[in-house]
Design a protein around this ligand. Structure first.
Ligand SMILES: NC(=O)c1ccc[n+]([C@@H]2O[C@H](COP(=O)([O-])OP(=O)(O)OC[C@H]3O[C@@H](n4cnc5c(N)ncnc54)[C@H](O)[C@@H]3O)[C@@H](O)[C@H]2O)c1
Length: 242
């Protein structure tokens, strides 16, 4: 019997779905039949098409997160899948890191993941099903020069993933993380050429990752094929980390 992943009838919320990895995740989940809500601070209202509902949202704003979640649930878009992907980087060595660059990165990457999870958990618990995928980074595991704020935020996303996996398991809600290696997106396009060259040297499989590589991993973790997996971190990096 052929095995295929079919998410028809499922609703997925993806933060940061307007660009890069998030856009790749949206595309993959739509291709698998899911109805997708993309939540991004750069979306403009009413830019929906047939399969994607695009909602402007800043994940730093608790009141907006709660109001948006409540309104979507009331309109019949309760999340079966939540992908916490919105993230930023503000790189500097620690002795030059400003308070703003420290707290902005923590607030979006970790705070946003927390706020969205808090907003979705009651609905998932009530329905006794759901799956959450948090986008971390290999730099959470290995650290990275110039990224103490970013690595700390992503390391905390990993710890958060494990704690929430414990809290939600009883209601059948699974919580996992993906740690991407270097992926070609607008975020990494801004990096200096030597950082790209180094990533190219590190990746064993001989090519830099693409948003679809992360989309496929999200699809697996969100699907029934992963129904016995929770609290895990799946590294998707072409062998960059080992
Ligand atoms: N690109 C990589 O190599 C790489 C590697 C590891 C992890 N990641 C992580 O993957 C995720 C996506 O990264 P990307 O490379 O696609 O970046 P990107 O800059 O291309 O996209 C990020 C998206 O998040 C949105 N966003 C940012 N702040 C937001 C906020 N406060 N509220 C709502 N939306 C917000 C942006 O508008 C944008 O659409 C991030 O969490 C990033 O840390 C990326």
């Amino acid at each position: 019997m052929a095995i295929a992943i079919d998410l028809s009838g499922q609703t997925a919320w993806v933060t940061g779905g307007a660009s890069g990895i998030g856009a790749g995740v949206v595309q993959t989940l739509v291709a698998a039949g899911a109805r997708v809500v993309s939540l991004d601070r750069s979306h403009v209202p009413s830019a929906d098409d047939g399969s994607v509902i695009r909602v402007p949202l800043d994940v730093r704003d608790s009141a907006s997160v709660d109001a948006t979640a409540a309104s979507l649930i009331e309109r019949g878009f309760a999340p079966d899948i939540l992908v916490n992907n919105a993230g930023i980087a503000r790189d500097a060595v620690v002795w030059k890191l400003s308070d703003a660059d420290w707290s902005d990165v923590l607030d979006v990457n970790l705070g946003g993941t927390f706020r969205m999870t808090r907003a979705c958990a009651p609905s998932m618990r009530r329905r006794r099903s759901g799956t959450i995928v948090n986008i971390a980074s290999i730099n959470a595991i290995r650290g990275k020069f110039g990224q103490s704020n970013y690595a700390a935020s992503k390391g905390a996303v990993v710890s958060f993933t494990k704690a929430v996996a414990r809290e939600l398991a009883r209601e059948g809600v699974r919580v996992n993380a993906i740690a991407p290696g270097f992926i070609e997106t607008p975020l990494t396009a801004a990096l200096p050429a030597d950082v790209l060259a180094q990533a190219n040297r590190e990746v064993l499989l001989g090519r830099i990752g693409r948003p679809a590589d992360i989309g496929n991993a999200v699809l697996f973790l969100a699907s029934p094929l992963a129904s016995h997996i929770t609290g895990q971190v799946l590294v998707v990096d072409g062998g960059q980390l080992i």
